[in-house]
Design a protein around this ligand. Structure first.
Ligand SMILES: [Zn+2]
Length: 395
């Protein structure tokens, strides 16, 4: 019994106000349930009275005006028995309903009178912070409300430190269950979103030999030592296959293999962190294809090879961009980026991976295979972004 709803308010100084709603089941005592019924009734009553007076006033004077709940208390003293905050909320809601109606009558319609049989029994009350403490707060086993006192409740999730209780809505379902929606405000620190442009966006194509190739032609050739270490690793593997398992030499070689393996993994991690930091600093958005990276390394020599690290590279890029409010834009992994001409958009049947360069039969442009693909990834990625299209799942 838990529901989370979030909305983001305009950020101030890099901090945004977010709202979180917790839904909890209430188990009111008979007395509290009777008070709830009375409150639902009073809310309907006050809504209808305010609406009737607004209409009368509008007909008589042509002006929009909604009297406050206080006006009705003398002639309807039972209103004093319920939480005044709930009545104030009805006033706020009716005012809001009219604001929406005046702004866009077609979409919202004129506020209507409420009848009991129309369904939803509910009331909303704001928390007020007094010097003596708040009017609404949660306890270990319930929610403290004005007039009702502590209403027993079952929490499946607890508010976190720093959440400020703003208001509660108590609702009775048609089956007679009571729920409370508790709205909290919490401040989250987040960066201002950076809107990318074509000039500040880079397209990257994964590459086995160059690690990646950018649409500008830049490449991140994995450092020399990485290849050297990998050669060594392959050599030890070969030696191992010729040795007697369990022998002293064998055990020694296994240990050497493990150490080298670890060393390569460290070097690679270093390389990936440096590369991703540099790119995330230099660019406002990075476009990549959502390739299944496990498939990509499937055809390479394995035997415990730490892999190329493209998956780690992508995740590093993602969080390093995100914490600056920047974008990692993934395009669908089935987009034919290699066979499409980045100059005219013509899609070829196939481009063999041995074809380092090719000439477009349509427009005559000569392409370097990987750079052309990176250009297409960038174009497609920016198109996704500005269409606000759904981002494909990254494999
Ligand atoms: Zn072309």
């Amino acid at each position: 019994m838990e529901k989370k709803r979030t909305a983001t308010a305009p950020p101030a100084d890099g901090a945004a106000l977010r709202y979180v709603t917790l839904k909890v089941r209430l188990y009111p005592t008979a007395e509290q349930a009777a008070l709830f019924e009375k409150t639902f009734g009073c809310c309907r009553y006050i809504w209808n009275r305010m609406l009737a007076d607004q209409q009368r006033f509008y007909i008589e004077t042509g002006a929009h005006f909604i009297p406050t709940p206080a006006k009705y208390k003398k002639e309807a003293p039972f209103l004093k028995e319920v939480d005044n905050q709930a009545l104030i909320q009805e006033h706020n809601r009716l005012s809001q309903a009219f604001r929406m109606f005046f702004k866009s009558p077609g979409s919202f319609g004129h506020p209507n009178f409420k009848r009991k049989k129309d369904g939803r029994d509910s009331f909303t009350a704001c928390n007020r912070e007094f010097q003596s403490g708040p009017t609404v707060y949660t306890t270990r086993s319930g929610i403290r409300m004005t007039k009702a006192g502590i209403v027993p409740a079952k929490f499946h999730r607890r508010p976190q430190n720093g959440w400020r209780l703003k208001r509660i809505t108590v609702e009775k379902t048609p089956t007679g269950k009571y729920f409370c929606y508790i709205l909290y405000a919490c401040e989250v620190k987040g960066p201002e979103p950076v809107i990318p442009t074509a000039e500040t966006t880079v397209g990257l194509k994964y590459s086995v030999s160059h690690f990646y190739v950018a649409d500008s032609g830049a490449m991140a050739d994995p450092p020399h030592w990485l290849g050297k270490s990998q050669e060594k690793l392959a050599k030890i593997q070969q030696q191992l296959s010729r040795m007697q398992p369990g022998s002293r030499n064998y055990r020694r070689a296994v240990q050497k293999y493990r150490l080298l393996h670890e060393h390569i993994a460290n070097q690679r991690r270093d390389f990936i962190h440096k590369e991703s930091s540099r790119i995330a600093k230099d660019w406002d958005a990075v476009c990549m294809r959502a390739d299944n990276l496990e498939e990509m390394i499937g055809g390479l020599p394995h035997g415990g090879s730490p892999g190329l690290g493209h998956g780690m590279f992508r995740e590093c890029l993602r969080y390093k961009l995100e914490r600056q409010g920047k974008q990692l834009i993934l395009i669908d992994r089935y987009t034919p980026t290699t066979r499409t001409c980045s100059t005219c958009g013509q899609v070829r049947e196939a481009v063999h991976y041995r074809e380092k360069t090719w000439r477009c039969p349509e427009c005559g442009a000569v392409h370097r295979r990987e750079i052309n693909a990176a250009k297409n990834i960038k174009t497609q990625g920016l198109a996704w972004f500005f269409r606000n299209g759904e981002q494909p799942e990254s494999a």
